[in-house]
Design a protein around this ligand. Sequence first.
Ligand code: SF4
Ligand code: SF4
Ligand code: FES
Length: 239
Amino acid sequence: MSGKTFTFTVDGIEVTATPGQTIIQACDAAGVYIPRLCHHPDLEPSGHCRVCTCKINGRPASSCTMPAAAGMVVESDTPELNADRRTLIEMLFVEGNHFCPTCEQSGNCELQALGYLLGMTGPTLPYLWPQRELDATHPDIFIDRNRCVLCSRCIRASRTVDGKSVFGFEGRGIHVRLNVDGAHLDETTIAAADKAVHVCPVGCIVIKRTGYRTPYGHRTYDDAPIGSDIEARRAGRKK
Ligand code: SF4
Ligand code: SF4
Ligand code: FES
């Protein structure tokens, strides 16, 4: 082992990390999946969703923003933490308008896949049925804000990868919504090739004429639960 690496444990599994890695980055490389929603491997972390919260040396913290450190003891896959994650996911479902059976993203959607992974069944929270805008003005892209989970991936990608700052949030609290830097999407500089268009974890930003190219039943999470690709990197994994 290189002198620059160090180890810590996650649910009793030893993980090797390098200086500068966050807990989730080290775990991904080691094949230990920690549920997450706002984290994207190509973007800087934001800590928006709290789905990746773990107990780190006994205290809760988001694993996508917390740097890994030698000797850390991380708990992730516990009934308590998974119940908290399930509640967070359910809150995102009821505060938007999600009609999975007719959604272009069904089967490719990280929110839906997390609901399945975490055992979300019937709703235990009241639906809010908000009124949210669609924007189909752009020739290649549309936005359905009913499905937005306010993860900020598109904002970060547009700013740091595309160099455009097309997206932002406006409003406060329950009224926060995704905004674009024009009255409508067709007044912005966005293009279908932009990174911001390809990082949405749900079906909010969609490229037109592509939504149903892959039939239901043959999509990313139809065959294996979310996180399976990461877990598959670990030799001798338990799951
Ligand atoms: S964005 Fe995801 S959770 Fe929402 S309706 Fe579409 S598939 Fe369902
Ligand atoms: S549009 Fe998609 S990527 Fe952007 S904040 Fe909403 S859910 Fe996240
Ligand atoms: S994935 Fe860490 S806070 Fe969202």
